[in-house]
Design a protein. Structure first.
Length: 191
């Protein structure tokens, strides 16, 4: 799965071994869904949409029978590719698996906590990912706090976690952003 996570970058095209794989330009916080590719070293290019101008060019090794999420992130003048392994093993009965990825380039390290309560994902900095954590299926009110403090930087809308599902919660946008670039969080279903 490839996700456009650069808040100030225009729409892009994704090329794997020089073959374009998206029909329409990928815009901020849109992605491809999982793509099946051949294992081994693959050349991944991100081009400005409709052009041959390459803004990311990376040779990445992919292992067979593994799932990955590749985020094109950071601000336009520092675009980079960050790869995460996605463990899509089924959660235990009545559980969902959740992880948090920090994709806001100007935000400090954060803790993700249950609203007014315990920290679930501590001290996650830009480009870092928490490990997958099993949580009981249900609806949760989460908040993003400045790491190590009780200061709430972002109060998230309630999220419903279904039994057997795997989710990635992503902080995206920027502290100084407006409109679509405002700091917020989105949820990606990994299965």
């Amino acid at each position: 799965m490839v996700v456009h996570a650069s808040p100030d970058a225009p729409g892009v095209d994704l090329l794997i071994d020089n073959e374009k794989v998206n029909a329409a330009a990928l815009t901020f916080f849109n992605g491809t869904g999982y793509l099946e590719i051949t294992s081994g070293v693959r050349n991944i290019k991100v081009n400005a949409a409709g052009t041959s101008t390459t803004v990311i060019n990376a040779d990445i090794e992919f292992t067979s029978n593994m799932n990955y999420s590749l985020f094109a992130c950071n601000l336009l003048n520092n675009l980079e590719a960050v790869l995460y392994e996605d463990n899509v093993s089924a959660p235990a009965s009545g559980k969902a698996h959740v992880r948090f990825i920090h994709m806001s380039p100007d935000a400090p390290a954060v803790d993700i906590a249950l609203d007014g309560s315990d920290v679930v994902f501590p001290n996650v900095a830009f480009k870092q990912s928490s490990s997958l954590t099993p949580l009981d299926a249900g609806t949760y009110d989460l908040e993003v706090r400045v790491a190590g403090t009780q200061t709430v930087a972002l109060d998230l809308d309630p999220i419903t976690l279904e039994s057997g599902k795997i989710y990635t919660v992503v902080a995206r946008g920027t502290l100084s952003g407006t409109g679509d670039q405002t700091l917020t969080a989105s949820i990606i279903a990994n299965n």
